[in-house]
Design a binder for this molecule. Structure first.
Ligand SMILES: [Zn+2]
Length: 292
């Protein structure tokens, strides 16, 4: 009798621990662009606006985590933010020094190397990319010339399409010494063909982007690894972004050590996880919304 009870208890604990391992937490991946502070672009932030926004997010209870930690499951709860920055604008370097680094935030940078190699005035230099990499920023690919990798782009010119996929990896490796493993689609838009192409090129993860706040659970086996959603931060939409994040924070983190009902795997979080899956599905087709 006693041993039966012990076996039953052991199997409950094993079940509970596997549930806790599978529910590693959610993360909202933000996608910033430039920090000029004098631009009319909706994608541009001043360093002051950026710092204020990050501080407000932290005050809600969110923790800033690295993309690598989020993917590896070294997070818990629902109040996690990963910062990514697209394109490779020169202002990223100073914003890192003034705003991100003092707050302990290590953004992941998605860079299209054509502007770096061409020493374009508004681009980061190879030396600064290296310094950012050494400071803990991840470096990923964002196309080569920043051309779309949609079905329309393929029909127009398959060679150009493949250049966007195949050329940034070696170009970034020549700068940092490491081949990138993450790919963010130019304009945030993608196609099934692009997903297959980046997987063939050796990328482990692909990232889309739109204006929706979509929390991601990297341990969710139904997550499309080649089209992980990110949220583009629009300067004029800061209030609605903060309101969305406040809603997530108010919903609270899942209980970290309560024995949950064995099935379904996501218990109390099921409705949110399901609605996110539906939202990812609906974004599968390339959107016409263009973003840099
Ligand atoms: Zn871009």
């Amino acid at each position: 009798m006693r041993s039966t009870k012990r076996i039953a208890l052991a199997s409950i604990l094993v079940m509970a621990s596997s549930i806790l391992i599978s529910a590693e937490g959610h993360v909202v991946i933000l996608d910033y662009h430039t920090f000029l502070g004098n631009s009319k672009s909706n994608l541009d932030y001043s360093e002051k606006e950026l710092g204020d926004e990050l501080d407000e997010i932290a005050a809600m209870g969110f923790k800033f985590v690295s993309l690598d930690d989020a993917i590896a499951g070294r997070i818990s709860g629902d109040e996690n933010i990963v910062v990514t920055i697209d394109d490779g604008n020169h202002t990223i370097y100073q914003a890192f020094k003034d705003v991100f680094e003092p707050r302990g935030i290590k953004p992941y940078l998605f860079i299209y190397p054509a502007i770096v190699r061409g020493h374009v005035r508004y681009a980061l230099t190879p030396e600064r990319i290296m310094l950012l990499s050494e400071s803990g920023c991840g470096i990923g690919a964002h196309g080569y010339h920043h051309n779309p990798v949609t079905d329309k782009a393929w029909v127009k010119d398959p060679k150009d399409f493949m250049t966007e996929i195949n050329k940034p990896g070696p170009a970034l490796a020549a700068i940092t010494g490491q081949a990138p493993t993450m790919f963010a689609y130019p304009f945030g838009v993608y196609s099934k063909r692009a997903e297959d192409a980046i997987a063939s090129a050796g990328y482990a993860w692909g990232f889309a982007a739109d204006d929706k706040v979509t929390p991601v659970d990297f341990s969710d086996t139904s997550l499309d690894r080649m089209a992980v959603p990110r949220t583009i931060t629009y300067r004029y939409l800061r209030k609605s972004l903060l309101a969305e994040l406040a809603r997530i924070a108010e919903a609270g983190s899942p209980p970290s050590f309560e024995l949950p009902v064995p099935a379904p795997a996501y218990g109390p979080e099921a409705p949110a996880a399901n609605s996110q899956a539906a939202s990812i599905g609906s974004e599968a087709a390339p959107s016409k919304v263009a973003t840099p």
